[in-house]
Every structure is written in C-alpha cells, then in structure tokens.
Design a protein around this ligand. Sequence first.
Ligand code: AMP
Length: 113
Amino acid sequence: MDDCIFCRIAAGKAAARLVFTDDDMVAFHDVNPQAPAHVLVIPRRHVASLSAARPGDRELLGALLLGCARVAAELGLDAGYRVVTNTGPAAGQSVAHLHFHVLGRRALGWPPG
Ligand code: AMP
C-alpha cells in the first residue's frame, strides 16, 4: 500500500533507522521516541491492526513477538522493557499498520496512560 508509511518503510521507499529486518518483519527506531529506547516492529505485509489479524496470521504474530524480544536483546534492554500495540483510536493508534512498540531504558509506569 503506497499510502501507508509503514508499507513504504518495509519496501525501502521511506527512510528509517533500522534495527534489523528479515523476510517477515522490519524493526526500526520510532521517529518520536517515548523512551530512550523505542523501536517499532512491523510485519512487511499490510495488516491494519491486531484486530485485523486472522487465525492464518498466528505464525506471523508469534514471529513478531519474537522479533520484539530480539530487539530487546540487540539493544541490551536487560533491566526490562515493555511491548505495546495500540489498537484503534481510543487506544491512540495513529498508524493503521500493525506495529509493536518496544520501549525501554527508563522506568515505565503502570497502569499506562
Ligand atoms: P501508534 O500511535 O501506536 O499508532 O504508533 C505509531 C508510531 O509510529 C508513533 O510512535 C510514531 O512516532 C511512529 N512513526 C510514525 N511515522 C514514523 C516514521 N516515518 N518513522 C518512524 N516512526 C514513525
């Protein structure tokens, strides 16, 4: 989808500061970080949100979570980190392409805002 910024990043048509890529996903630094470490993990294929995922996406979803753990390992987030996927407007989803936020290197409050 050419009008989707994350599809454009996945296709290499828009710039991003990459952490890693593989056949299924791209991990890159958030342009507006909410923590000293803030990386997004996205599927290459356009999936609008977690709610748009289907049973056939089971393997992809597992791979994406493992990708989040890989980000944490590569960034050395040994003290802990948080994985978040905002889903829908009330949760603050601003980009309609499934993404997991990996946040770390600061204390993260609970409950989240
Ligand atoms: P959300 O609000 O949960 O949908 O998260 C979308 C995230 O994407 C926000 O944290 C934005 O800062 C981030 N973002 C939007 N455009 C870009 C971009 N071109 N490169 C990196 N991060 C982006």
